[in-house]
Write a protein that binds this ligand. Structure first.
Ligand code: HEC
Ligand code: HEC
Length: 158
């Protein structure tokens, strides 16, 4: 039933994604996981390590260039670590090695989204099936892994 709703929304052309195609991901996964050790360690201290394929290169650049002012937190790191992480995320972004152009649907090239959870595709996917109760329990739509147990491994179909 749940799946049907999402699928119908897709077929209706609201959102042309059924399942998000998995490229460079583990078998069955929709998004490649963060395989870089440094990125994984530093960027999962406060929330899950988001797949680099979920945002375009310009977004990662903007996010990692402003870590001292990171969504109200100071997430700054030393210059060498920052550079390492920025390079890795940029190389594996939705519009580079991560190859997940579906995430960028509805995002104009002049926009630099800073939140995965606010991407038009994500808003649509979550519009119909996330109850207020689920949302409250998760605390924030940024906490993908509160609702998707396999989120960090790139699985979102549960
Ligand atoms: C000191 C804690 C902290 C660290 C370390 C941290 N973040 Fe965050 N991050 C946050 C907070 C807080 C939010 C906002 C969460 C919310 O709105 O619920 C956030 C949100 C985000 C979002 C947007 C999530 C969404 O809503 O789609 C991205 C992307 C992100 N962080 C990337 C990173 C990256 C990349 C790193 C590693 C360089 C990192 N974060 C390290 C605290 C942190
Ligand atoms: C409050 C719960 C909740 C949170 C938080 C949440 N989701 Fe979801 N998500 C859902 C539900 C419910 C669905 C629709 C049912 C399904 O397919 O799992 C869904 C569907 C999806 C899908 C489509 C899966 C498919 O079938 O193709 C993707 C991709 C996705 N979410 C990614 C994310 C990402 C990335 C985040 C974090 C930035 C996130 N979600 C946060 C509840 C949540």
């Amino acid at each position: 039933m749940k799946k049907t709703t999402l699928l119908n929304a897709c077929l209706a052309g609201v959102l042309a994604i059924g399942t998000i195609p998995a490229v460079h991901a583990e078998e069955g996964a929709q998004f490649p996981r963060v395989t870089d050790k440094v990125t994984k360690e530093e960027c999962s201290a406060c929330h899950m390590a988001y797949s680099a394929a979920m945002l375009p290169k310009r977004s990662w650049r903007a996010i990692v260039s402003d870590l001292s002012n990171h969504f109200g937190e100071d997430a700054s790191l030393d210059a060498a670590t920052t550079k390492h992480i920025r390079k890795w995320l940029e190389a594996n972004a939705a519009d580079t090695g991560g190859r997940a152009p579906v995430m960028l649907r509805g995002v104009s090239s002049s926009e630099t989204p800073l939140r995965i959870s606010k991407l038009p595709v994500m808003v649509r996917v979550h519009k119909y099936e996330v109850s207020k109760r689920m949302r409250d329990r998760a605390g924030s739509m940024s906490n993908c892994n509160a609702c998707h147990r396999g989120a960090e491994s790139g699985f979102f179909e549960d």
